[in-house]
Design a protein. Sequence first.
Lengths: 171, 356
Amino acid sequence: MADGSEAEYVAYVSGRIPALRRLAYLLCGNDHQADDLVQETITKIFVRWPQVRKAENIDNYVHTILVRTFLDDRRRGWWKVLLGTSPERAAPAGAAVEDREVLRAALAQVPPRQQAVLVLRFLDDRPVAEVAEIMGCSQGTVKSQTAHGLAALRRILGDQYAGTFTYGEAR
Amino acid sequence: MSDNDIRLLQRLAGEPAGPGRVDVRQAVSEGRRRLRRRKLAAGAALAVLVAAVPVSAAVWSRPAPSAPASRPDSCEPGVKLPMPVGSKKSFVVAGDRSARYLAGEIDGRAALWHDGTLEVVAEPGGPTRFTAVNSAGLAVGVGKGKAWTYAAGTFTQLASPTAALATAVSENGIVVGAREQDNKVVPAVWDSIEATARDLPTRNGESGQAVWVSDEGIVLGLIRGTYYRWGPSAGYTNEIDLDGEKNLSLDTAVTNGQMIAGSVTVNGKEAGIRAYLLSDAQRLPDDVMEPTAINSRNWIAGSDPLAGGAKLLVGDTLIAVPGGGRAVITAIATDGGTLGGYDGEAATTWRCQITG
């Protein structure tokens, strides 16, 4: 990058790290894994910077790279061991923190693309059209994956924690 | 879809804690390396490349297989390493990357050789065996339920509240191994010689031990026949797949941080395998079915348990190592010029010729 675009990359990425870490954290549910994911994402952005900088919506392009990196990681057949908190140890009911652990463990069992759609729509508050652009699919697919993802989440929570999960607190 | 479901899910909204450890400079450096490798791969149809992938980076991204620039055509007969007068049995367990330091054992006491000379033998009550050494001459070992280090004339017990052992050391002095905990063996790391053991978590709390560590603190471990990798944060476990058989259990294995070489049982038969981390395994020739050492260029030493005799696999070329049916190679210099091991009688070193 002898044309000065490396400085442009550094300036862009440095300014976006907080947003990328937030999205990565919502996807992974773990600070450290989120940092691993962002590190890999910004490395890929560097390699593809000549294309990335020409994108119509650079932020969405970059978020696409992050989400795909997350999905690739889930597909590889390597299973993550969550440091400190393992899903098996998560308590089924009680304090809000424990509920979050149960929820996070359940979300991790939802198929990866559905999981990403749920995170982008409901935790990152993105409209369907934007989620479709990031995921590289139609809006209809986003809607159907949302429904499938929520159904899977309900099923997982229902199977494992029937009658113990404090739904009432969400109201 | 119910609003309750969505509100429930939204309880997971949050922010990562702290400043994080994302490093833009590291991304630029790693990105440049990937671009260089891509250019090389594109123009290297006839070029012969040296495997120059840094081990630490290779853990994060799968290196492309590459052929070594030169190959040892043959190895000279081995030379037994010196022992104190009256000693009976000795062998080499490991060497540093140059194989100038060779670490092992003489009659149940840890021993270290440097450039073919015996540097030290542990006193009774000290370590019984050295298991690894780095190029600064920092050796680590085991003995009497303790994890030990040795450097420049000084033996040190590593701090652990329970029985422990040390199996590997990085170039900058990070030590890994394992320690006992609640009737289990847990992988452990000592960030320095002065540090107390830090446990590494495993999936479902399975027992295992750490067997390799990089200067960046990336650790590989062997747990129930499967390799684990712990990064600076998360841990991962890797499947060994061969010929359509999934999740094979390693019976024995060695690693250099980027490649695993080991033996597995497939359909009731033993097979040697080599696999880059994150990649499918490849079957090894029967001559090195039981790998015993691997260097940073992915040269593998091993033997055939039925035929016996040590061989060195350089790329796809096999080189016989003189020493009879009981010879075992446990250390290979990066340039292949020096090997360390056991000739069937005692700790031995071999010189191998490298031709272009």
